[in-house]
Design a protein around this ligand. Structure first.
Ligand code: AMP
Length: 207
């Protein structure tokens, strides 16, 4: 089964995707994480191109994202299904995806503006394994799983966030309509206890 997870910046797409990935034993593929991995690429040209665009919160050109994602989808662990987090982000990307695989469900994660602002100031990430923490509920400065020192995401600053939200409203939001028409849209209010949110998601997915 294939899922796409769509939602505004800081709506918790990654958290939901990780839980569903563990539950269904299919890979969680975040295009944002694939891009952040490229910052450590051996090619200085690629590394600085990706780094600059990520810091500015700018969407990458479709052809670039397709190449990065296709490379990941070709791996054998994707044969039973995938959870795509942050892809598609445009109607063109959604069409391209339809030519690659059958999307069974689009999970739409919603949160209030107050939660977005709270998460922005508190989000810490592990640069090694990608785990995400909230400084309100986690009081160490290293990752619980791999002990790497935690950092803030380069695009978790007000300017980049505004750009990401603007793009989301103008470019990404319309794809929800498409999935609604196709009867594939499942909406979850992604606030409060993650276990309760996840239970609600499973109920709605009926899986
Ligand atoms: P995310 O981790 O999903 O918040 O994505 C972080 C950043 O990666 C975004 O602000 C974009 O710069 C880039 N990005 C991720 N997914 C896509 C996509 N599907 N299309 C274009 N750019 C993307």
């Amino acid at each position: 089964m294939n899922f796409v997870v769509v939602g505004a910046p800081l709506s918790g797409k990654g958290t939901i995707s990780k839980k569903l990935s563990a539950y269904l034993n299919i890979p969680h593929i975040s295009t944002g994480n694939l891009l952040r991995d490229l910052v450590n690429s051996n090619s200085k040209e690629i590394s600085s191109y990706v780094d600059e665009k990520l810091k500015a919160g700018e969407l990458f050109p479709d052809e670039f994202i397709y190449a990065v994602l296709e490379n990941r989808l070709d791996k054998s662990d994707c044969k039973n299904g995938v959870i795509l987090d942050g892809f598609p982000r445009t109607l063109t990307q959604a069409k391209w995806l339809d030519s690659k695989l059958k999307v069974d469900f689009a999970i739409y994660t919603t949160v209030s503006n107050a939660t977005v602002l709270q998460r922005l100031s508190k989000r810490l990430v592990c640069p090694t394994c990608g785990s995400v923490y909230n400084a309100d509920s986690y009081d160490r400065n290293y990752c619980d799983k791999c002990k790497t020192n935690l950092v803030r995401r380069a695009d978790d600053n007000e300017e980049a966030l505004l750009k990401r939200i603007k793009d989301y409203n103008a470019i990404t939001f319309p794809i929800l309509d498409e999935y609604l028409k196709q009867n594939k849209l499942v909406t979850v209010a992604n606030e409060g206890s993650i276990d309760l949110v996840f239970e609600e998601l499973l109920r709605k997915l009926k899986i």
